[in-house]
Design a protein around this ligand. Structure first.
Ligand code: MN
Length: 264
């Protein structure tokens, strides 16, 4: 197990520009082209021309896998280190790769003006991007020093919207436990009516209210618990509260409250 530290930037935020952000350094005058493009590798220097028709810049990775701020085994006995290692290094990493790949293929489709697979690509992008964002939040919702209860503005908002912290947790646990197939239970800020809502998300992106901002995410996919809890996922959701961290949720709520949606 390796200690992991949060890298720079907010989890879930894009890690670079779509085009030209972090690719290999180019020699002066050299241009990135698609494979088979007509331009030679090196051409005389000329004024910048960011996206000439018929060519597209090779994209650098847009999304990056955030490090954990704790060891894989730090959540034991509630979540085993093996689950955390596989979950972070394999599952989450695959969503990061998938989101970047989908963006690259969409760029290729635009470049070739061939949108024959647009439906699949858009679904792939929504799935993988949402998987990346939700896992990034999930890691920050947990920690070895978790298990406390919220206070301050977070507790006040939960009390206003759910009656009590116990009722809030009960709704989240029920949403997580009753998902048909794979999904998430989410507590999100809903800026159109300025309240926290609980949502039952299918896969990573279905059944999700537009404009809501996730504050707390509970992973209800089998890969999150089955190695340890087998089919008893309700026990997993109960156990998560012993390592749930409220500080990140409170910080995320404070940030989300600054959002607005121009629906009026
Ligand atoms: Mn997961």
């Amino acid at each position: 197990m390796r200690p992991r530290r949060i890298s720079g930037g907010a989890p879930g935020s894009p890690g670079g520009d779509v085009a030209g952000g972090e690719g290999p350094e180019l020699a002066e005058g050299e241009r990135r082209t698609v494979a088979g493009g007509s331009a030679p590798a090196t051409t005389p220097r000329r004024p910048p021309d960011p996206l000439p028709l018929g060519r597209v810049a090779v994209m650098s990775e847009t999304y990056k896998l955030p490090d954990l701020s704790y060891d894989y085994g730090a959540l034991e006995p509630h979540v085993t280190g093996k689950i955390m290692e596989l979950h972070h290094d394999k599952h989450h990493a695959a969503y990061v790769t998938g989101a970047n790949t989908a963006l690259e293929k969409l760029a290729e489709a635009r470049d070739k003006n061939d949108f024959g697979t647009i439906g699949k690509l858009e679904k792939d992008f929504a799935f993988h991007l949402s998987g990346h964002v939700l896992h990034s939040i999930f890691w920050t919702n947990l920690g070895p020093d978790g298990g406390g209860e919220p206070s301050g503005p977070l507790l006040d908002q939960i009390g206003t919207d759910f009656g009590s912290y116990d009722k809030f947790r009960a709704q989240l646990n029920q949403a997580a436990s009753t998902i048909q197939g794979s999904g998430w239970a989410l507590a999100s800020w809903e800026p159109a009516s300025s309240r926290i809502v609980v949502q039952q998300v299918y896969d990573h992106q279905g059944n999700h209210g537009q404009g809501t901002l996730p504050l707390l995410a509970i992973d209800a996919w089998e890969h999150a618990y089955s190695l340890q809890y087998q089919n008893n996922k309700a026990s997993f959701f109960d156990a998560l509260w012993a390592v749930a961290c409220c500080a990140g949720v409170a910080r995320r709520l404070d940030s989300a409250k600054g959002a607005s949606i121009p629906v009026k």
